[in-house]
Design a protein around this ligand. Structure first.
Ligand code: XMP
Length: 329
């Protein structure tokens, strides 16, 4: 019997690589969760990322309505992401899900802030504030679910840094519930698949906690953020259509905070460029650009410049890491 609350992965624990092994893990973990939680209530910040989604699905199976999920839309999510979280968890899995529209709050706080680390700090701090406010509105919560995974324990003292909920005030007195903390990422995905989560959630590419905020370079404005979101949606659609989503580790668009001249329908324009980035890496410490087919790039250029308002130019960033980082901020 594996102690799922231990901080060290037991040597005899087999790598979860098949549906059968995932189902055995799910059965054992559901039993362990029921024992830990009893008739208590659990709160979970559900971003829609792989880890928090798998934790939500496990908790729904174990304790159903004793779980309350809070999904905070900070305005920096990709197109359709909040809608998918609501559809999968509220509509399909019948979870209790509180949707918090905090878009204006975040964008107001970020207005005029150009320095990348300052932007990250504001997003992280505001996230904790919004989540704390929701937690205080609820009564009788004694447990906090968290999507900590094994690399978090190995690399950063068990703190899920980018989940941003580590900083909740102590007086809330929550006991942590971390059902996937002994699992590696690939195992979390196998478990998520066995729990019936959609492939687009289980196999999705890494997405930074500060979201599109670090891809809208410099001080975020609503119209430039929309240009990031719309161009990202086109890029993802085309990657999926051409099977590139399975070949490329991370792919996204960036909109820098400068304009250049262009021409549309015979008229001079002064608008933003969109940068496309597609990289492969093993561990994100170093990364190589993926060599996209040139006619595919031209297709992206055509769609982005015609479909995204206020964009007249597309650039392709082929810089490896180092010298660049993967993200632009
Ligand atoms: P960089 O840009 O440092 O990115 O080469 C390495 C990987 O980390 C992701 N990334 C972040 N993830 N919070 C996150 O959760 C962040 O602030 C953050 N910054 C970068 C990035 O998307 C890439 O996969």
């Amino acid at each position: 019997m594996i102690d799922f609350n231990a901080n060290k992965r037991p040597e005899e624990m087999e790598r979860i690589s098949t549906p059968a092994l995932a189902n055995a893990f799910i059965d054992a973990q559901v039993e362990a969760l029921r024992k830990q939680i009893g008739d208590g209530k659990v709160l979970l910040a559900l971003s829609g990322g792989v880890d928090s989604s798998v934790v939500a699905a496990l908790l729904i199976r174990a304790v159903g309505k004793q779980l309350t999920c809070v999904h905070v839309n900070h305005g920096l999510l990709r197109k359709g992401e909040s809608e998918q979280v609501i559809d999968v968890f509220r509509n399909q899995m019948d979870a209790t899900l509180i949707y918090v529209d905090a878009v204006d709050r975040f964008l107001d706080k970020l207005a005029g802030v150009a320095e990348p680390e300052q932007k990250r700090k504001i997003i992280g701090a505001e996230f904790i504030r919004v989540f704390e406010e929701e937690a205080r509105k609820l009564e009788g919560i004694s447990f906090l679910g968290q999507g900590t995974i094994y690399p978090d324990i190995l690399e950063s003292d068990g703190v899920k840094a980018h989940h941003n909920v580590g900083g909740l005030p102590e007086d809330l007195n929550f006991q942590l519930v971390e059902p996937v903390k002994l699992l590696y990422k690939d195992e979390v995905r196998v478990v998520g698949k066995a729990l019936g989560l959609p492939d687009s959630m289980v196999y999705r590419q890494p997405f930074p906690g500060p979201g599109l905020g670090v891809r809208c370079v410099g001080a975020i404005t609503r119209d430039r953020l929309e240009a990031v979101r719309e161009s990202d949606a086109i890029l993802r659609q085309e990657f999926y259509k051409h099977g590139l989503d399975e070949k490329v580790w991370q792919y996204f668009t960036v909109v820098p905070d400068f304009k250049t001249t262009g021409i549309t329908d015979g008229k001079r324009t002064y608008d933003w460029p969109v940068v496309i980035r597609a990289i492969n890496t093993v561990d994100a410490v170093t990364a190589e650009p993926y060599e996209l087919n040139f006619s595919f790039v031209q297709k992206l250029v055509k769609r982005i410049t015609t479909e995204v308002p206020h964009v007249n130019r597309v650039l392709w960033d082929v810089t490896p890491k180092p010298s660049a980082t993967i993200e632009w901020e």
